[in-house]
Ligand binder design. Structure first.
Ligand SMILES: N[C@@H](CCC(=O)N[C@@H](CS)C(=O)NCC(=O)O)C(=O)O
Length: 217
């Protein structure tokens, strides 16, 4: 299976971490975000959104990172990362939907506006949006904090694909303008998850190559 990816992309890292956890070998093709590779007609023919990650399994192509994690876990027949039991499975999907729509929408937007844009010269920070997303993150971090009060992982007693989804923007956690202090359970959860080897292995070998085609690829 081939994964179209960009070095350091949080959404690609979540897919790569799941593949690592499953012991699946993905053939990764890196694209240069800054050179406009994702807007080239040949890439848009694969994903009209012009985004990564994109999985190609033979003629079957799939975009949306959470869908890809579900597909990889099902292909591997994993009953732990993506349980078969209907209620546990729905619980995993619920947290993946929630992180995408709420928690990481706020967290990811703060990271984009206040870290990525100034770092990579990608235009002015939208301060009004930062304020809205800061309020949203406060609201949803409280929900996650309550959920994690008596558990180490989102669903059941072990890691599921939902955990890799939740911690996707962890690299930016301390860099965004947000007070995490009131959310001790969220902080402990991120500390636990960010040390998981399947995740740490997805960090760029050379951070200077973030967004660019790596020399070794
Ligand atoms: N909901 C999508 C989001 C994908 C996404 O935002 N990918 C970023 C990289 S992390 C991207 O390709 N951005 C290029 C762009 O927005 O033009 C997913 O989870 O796969």
């Amino acid at each position: 299976m081939k994964l179209h990816s960009v070095v350091g992309s949080p959404n690609c890292r979540r897919v790569e971490a799941v593949a690592n956890h499953l012991g699946q070998k993905l053939d990764i093709e890196y694209h240069d975000f800054f050179a406009g590779d994702l807007r080239k007609p040949e890439y848009l023919a694969l994903n009209a959104n012009g985004m990564v990650p994109l999985l190609a399994d033979g003629a079957f192509t799939l975009w949306e990172s959470n869908a890809i994690t579900q597909y990889l876990a099902d292909k591997a027949g994993s009953d732990t990362l993506f349980p078969r039991d209907p209620q546990r499975r729905a619980d995993v999907v619920r947290w993946q939907c929630w992180e995408l729509s709420h928690f990481n929408k706020a967290f990811g937007t703060l990271a984009w506006e206040t870290v990525a844009k100034p770092t990579f010269n990608l235009g002015p920070t939208n301060h009004a949006l930062v304020e809205i997303m800061r309020d949203n993150l406060k609201r949803f971090a409280a929900v996650l904090d309550r959920h994690l009060a008596d558990r180490d992982y989102l669903v059941g007693n072990g890691i599921t694909i939902a955990d890799y989804s939740m911690i996707t923007p962890e690299k930016f956690k301390e860099a965004i303008p947000f007070d995490w202090a009131p959310f001790a359970n969220v902080n402990a959860y991120f500390e636990r998850m960010r040390k998981v080897e399947h995740w740490t292995r997805t960090a760029p070998a050379n951070p200077a190559e973030t967004g660019r085609k790596p020399k070794a690829a």
